[in-house]
Design a protein around this ligand. Structure first.
Ligand code: AGP
Length: 370
């Protein structure tokens, strides 16, 4: 086992650090200057069927659901097709409507998650085109869907999903680029994203320079009972996923929240003790996040702000927040960058709190029962 971990102490740590490489393999042979080529969607005019869909439905559980949520704004923007998000178990509980005119995307690292597979059976029965996005070649998901895209992130052993998450987002971005490739009005935007994808692995490598800082942050949070993470837009999913990582491995209560909902309830929790991470990297929501930070500071909130490099004084002019500066990339790719400091934080917090990193209590890598 130690040989497989190489120079790392845990699989989670190794898998976090593998991301520049796993993202490269996810994109290998698929991202060209001229556009994106996805072999799995090429046959039988699947791309055309997806373009004609009345709706795209993204279905998954846990981290895989969060990856799909991260991609949703960009998929809607580039395809012009509305996206509905479905947690697999909730879709089944509600027996929610799925139509023949829908394309349902099933996102799953293992391709064996029982809830996701049951939701797949349900969508097949209802006549939707079913597309699988999975890391596991030959998995039940990849066999039962009509078509799909493998994420090619390499084997993930730690129960906490890390490198699969970032590769899932990149696959969804590639799907959006491929589906939207017939639209002239978005050509310039598509080209900018394509060059952003090419530089993404080196930008991810940059983020590892924050490792010591995240360890220090973890030691300052070691005795906290709870941690809130506020995000919005592209980074609402980052807030949910960051909180899920902290919860599942560091065994600390943590909630990811939509920053736009802050004043509708969560604001009551704010005091000088509760640590709150606010994601405020540059995108269309930046000024709204600046005002969220001001509102939290005026309630004496204990803030940790994630911002784009060079933006420390723009997000926290008073200097009273702890600031994490990350490289700025294309807005829709920023979630891939922003989750990494939070993965590192969850990892260090777990080690410092003395919990099992790779096998958190009560959890299994693949949940094959309902
Ligand atoms: C991720 O850290 C979790 N262990 C969990 O939420 C996981 O993503 C979920 O169970 C779905 O698994 P899948 O991607 O293999 O379908």
């Amino acid at each position: 086992e130690q040989i497989k971990k190489g120079s790392y102490d845990h699989f989670m740590q190794k898998e976090i650090h593998e991301q520049p490489h796993s993202l490269t393999t996810t994109m290998r042979g698929r991202v060209k200057d001229s556009g994106v080529l996805l072999g799995g969607l090429k046959e039988k005019e699947y791309l055309k069927t997806i373009r004609r869909s009345r709706r795209l439905v993204f279905i998954g559980c846990g981290t895989s659901y969060n990856a799909a949520l991260a991609a949703r704004p960009f998929v809607e923007e580039l395809t012009g097709i509305p996206v509905t998000m479905e947690v697999a178990s909730d879709l089944l509980d509600r027996q929610g409507p799925i139509y023949r005119e829908d394309t349902a995307f099933f996102v799953s690292q293992s391709g064996e998650t029982a809830d996701t597979l049951l939701a797949l059976d349900y969508a097949l029965e209802n006549g939707a085109l079913c597309v699988g996005i999975t890391n596991t070649v030959g998995s039940t998901l990849s066999r039962r869907t009509h078509c799909g895209v493998h994420i090619n992130a390499g084997c993930e052993i730690g129960v906490a999903s890390t490198k699969a998450y970032t590769s899932q987002i990149v696959v969804m971005v590639m799907v959006a680029l491929a589906v939207g490739s017939d639209q002239i009005s978005t050509q310039v935007r598509r080209q900018a994203i394509i060059s952003g994808l090419s530089n993404l692995p080196s930008n991810v490598s940059e983020v590892f320079k924050l490792d010591t800082e995240m360890k220090e942050l973890a030691s300052s949070l070691i005795d906290s009972e709870s941690l809130l993470v506020f995000g919005r837009g592209y980074n609402y999913a980052t807030a949910l996923e960051g909180a899920l990582k902290v919860k599942e491995v560091a065994l600390m209560h943590s909630e990811g929240m939509l920053a736009g909902e802050m004043k509708h309830g969560p604001l009551a929790l704010v005091d000088e003790n509760l640590p709150i991470i606010v994601i405020a990297t540059r995108d269309a929501c930046f000024s709204k996040q600046q005002s969220v930070i001001q509102q939290l500071l005026s309630r004496k909130g204990r803030l940790i702000v994630m911002c784009s490099k060079g933006d420390a004084s723009a997000v926290c002019p008073s200097g009273s927040c702890r600031v994490i500066e990350v490289p700025e990339v294309a807005d829709c790719l920023q979630p891939v960058i922003n989750i990494i400091p939070l993965q590192l934080l969850a990892y260090h917090l777990t080690v410092l709190r003395g919990f099992d990193v790779d096998q958190p209590r009560n959890l299994a890598k693949s949940v094959t029962t309902q």
